[in-house]
Design a protein around this ligand. Structure first.
Ligand code: HEM
Ligand code: HEM
Length: 179
């Protein structure tokens, strides 16, 4: 069944725009940009919020009233919007950030992020989300959430985050925000 982008746009404008922007480019750094994200990934996250598997209190409330079709439609709408490219705000983090993103840290067995998220941060549909131009503060929170395993569980990302230092997470989050 194909998604109805026009119906998705309606939901986005009425419910999600306040935090994620009407076109999916959010302003506040705690709210992720959804524009250009793979629809299958957005849909899977909405299902996880609705099922209470990804335990973010705000988004659990937002996903609760959405039907399967609503989630598919709104995911298709945000995925079809284009990301506004941004620049990293803290340029001092670029060298370490780029190194982690492109090469990982062989000493602590942190893999290169680009292996799964792509050299330009576009991700690889269906499984691997796009990261490019995402807010650094949001990315950093996700890495800490994966490491802690309480709000958000994902085995691959939990193992990777648990091997990273705070400095590495901060630097790679800054680098990603400018990708
Ligand atoms: C995260 C969709 C409404 C605040 C997310 C994510 C999706 C999403 C798919 C996960 C993104 C990712 O993993 O990259 C939606 C939809 C909405 C909606 C479809 C409307 C039906 C809102 C509203 C707010 C909000 C109104 C603010 C009151 C947030 C926050 C996060 C988030 C803070 C990050 C959660 C975390 O830290 O894990 N949203 N959202 N959202 N959303 Fe929404
Ligand atoms: C999700 C960062 C390496 C697979 C994510 C997210 C972030 C992230 C921030 C959440 C995106 C969002 O909420 O929108 C990183 C960083 C890496 C790295 C900084 C390098 C240090 C990898 C590698 C793989 C991978 C090497 C594959 C082996 C995934 C998958 C998800 C994900 C499957 C989706 C998890 C889910 O469905 O909840 N990554 N990643 N990542 N990453 Fe990575």
């Amino acid at each position: 069944k194909t998604a109805d982008v026009a119906k998705g746009k309606q939901i986005a404008e009425q419910v999600c725009a306040a935090c994620h922007g009407a076109d999916g480019n959010s302003v506040a750094s705690a709210n992720p940009t959804l524009a250009g994200q793979h629809p299958a990934y957005l849909y899977a996250q909405l299902q996880a919020f609705k099922a209470g598997v990804r335990k973010n209190p705000i988004m659990m409330g937002m996903a609760a009233p959405l039907s399967e079709d609503d989630m598919r439609n709104v995911a298709a709408y945000f995925g079809s919007q284009s990301v506004k490219p941004r620049e990293a705000s803290d340029k001092s983090q670029m060298d370490l950030g780029r190194q982690i993103y492109r090469s990982g840290n062989p000493l602590t067995r942190v893999p290169a992020c680009m292996a799964c998220h792509g050299p330009a941060g576009k991700g690889i549909p269906v499984q691997f989300p796009r990261l490019g131009s995402q807010h650094a503060a949001y990315v950093l929170k996700q890495l800490n959430d994966f490491k802690a395993g309480t709000e958000r569980k994902n085995q691959t990302m939990a193992e990777i985050a648990s091997r990273m230092s705070d400095a590495e997470m901060k630097a790679v989050a800054e680098y990603i925000s400018g990708l």
